[in-house]
Design a protein around this ligand. Structure first.
Ligand SMILES: NC(=O)c1ccc[n+]([C@@H]2O[C@H](COP(=O)([O-])OP(=O)(O)OC[C@H]3O[C@@H](n4cnc5c(N)ncnc54)[C@H](O)[C@@H]3O)[C@@H](O)[C@H]2O)c1
Length: 353
């Protein structure tokens, strides 16, 4: 990873600081805002100056824990009064577009926005526009792109170690394609060097479940093809080999277990590399922030930067749109689908099963 050569400093603020006391297995309460605060406070060039949250109890607990001097019940007031350089957005997906637009219009230079990134294709288009208009740099928190084990798997998948790439697959037990699955959809794109996805098939069983402010599926699948013919298959609901990502090639297979252990089986035998004690294994949040600062200072767009993250979000939404339409969705999205203006799982939830 590159490191800074300047001493330029930044102020930072968090919108949606995180719920006090945790939450259920689905439906929020992970207080990811605390992770953002920890990240900002640990960075030598960043000063955490404020937090905004509509819940006064959450806001007070956050300010007390991290010694944050300024708290606001309204994020726009905070943006106008503090004029922070950086903003973290730790709210649910349905609020992201508005908060990004507000931050960008207030002159914020860099935004770290939680996943799932966008609520709808229409929101995605709007955020693309605001990024173009204002030059704001947006990072989406698919921080796993910085795990050394995933970097290693990506290298091995593309250097011929297992032949030609055929299929990346994983299953997230008890979760979905977006609140958890979006990380793996993004990781499959990372393993495929972010090449374009040509088409997506998705299907979803949606009943009564709600969480993170939106309808959630009980079980869903996404199956898609990259430009080079290799496929991705994600099961949102049922595990496949525990917490393992499997990368199949024509002459072998790579497995990444628990985000740390990389196993290769090919014609030369079996090798295992364990990255859990690697010095960068837990540096992912710091590296994501550091690269954002370098991007703001004129460096290249980061691996979690909006030019590639728009594509991960589009893939995520397209899997649901496939279920809505009952058809394969070809990417990039058609003009008709780019105008689709709600979380697609809401459309599925309205159907009587
Ligand atoms: N990157 C990761 O690995 C990771 C991990 C956990 C959660 N997340 C994501 O983070 C997001 C938040 O999840 P969580 O479980 O931390 O949520 P949470 O419920 O702990 O916190 C959300 C906070 O947003 C506040 N909020 C709601 N509406 C607001 C508004 N209009 N203005 C300001 N604040 C508002 C709530 O009061 C609450 O404090 C989700 O999208 C989730 O998928 C990402």
């Amino acid at each position: 990873m590159s490191t800074a050569t300047t001493t330029r400093t930044y102020t930072a603020a968090v919108i949606g600081v995180g719920k006090v006391g945790g939450g259920g297995p689905k439906g929020g309460g992970h207080a990811i805002g605390y992770q953002h605060a920890t990240m900002h406070k640990a960075h030598p060039r960043v000063q955490l100056v404020g937090g905004a949250d509509i819940n006064a109890e959450n806001l007070k607990a956050f300010q007390d824990k991290f010694g944050v001097p300024h708290g606001f019940s309204n994020h726009k007031t905070m943006l106008n009064e503090l004029k922070p350089d950086l903003v973290s957005i730790g709210t649910y997906v349905g609020l992201h577009r508005r908060m990004i637009e507000d931050a960008a219009r207030a002159g914020v230079k860099g935004i770290l926005c939680e996943k799932p990134f966008m609520n709808s294709p229409a929101d995605l288009k709007a955020v693309e526009r605001i990024a173009e208009e204002t030059g704001v740099k947006i990072v989406v928190c698919h921080q796993r792109r910085y795990r050394p084990a995933f970097e290693r798997a990506r290298q091995l998948y593309n250097d011929g170690t297992v032949g030609k790439p055929l299929l990346c697959t994983a299953g997230v037990g008890g979760w979905d394609l977006s609140e958890w699955g979006s990380h793996w959809l993004d990781m499959f794109r990372f393993f495929h060097l972010d090449q374009p996805v040509k088409w997506v098939f998705g299907q979803a069983r949606v009943r009564e479940t709600r969480g993170y402010g939106h309808a959630m599926e009980d079980h869903a699948v996404a199956y898609f093809e990259f430009e080079n013919g290799s496929k991705g298959l994600l099961d949102g609901g049922q595990e496949i080999d525990g917490w393992t990502l499997t990368l199949l090639g024509t002459t072998g297979v790579i497995r990444v277990k628990n985000e740390a252990v990389v196993t290769v089986e090919n014609g030369s035998g079996r090798t295992v590399e364990d990255f859990s004690a690697h010095p960068r294994h837990n540096a992912l949040w710091h590296e994501m922030l550091e690269e954002l600062l370098l991007w703001i200072e004129g460096g290249p767009a980061t691996r979690c930067g909006h030019p590639t993250m728009f594509k991960s979000s589009e893939l995520n939404l397209a899997a649901y749109l496939s279920a809505v339409k009952g058809d394969r969705i070809d990417l990039p999205l058609s003009a008709e689908l780019q105008a689709f203006n709600e979380w697609p799982v809401e459309a599925l939830a309205r159907r009587k099963n």
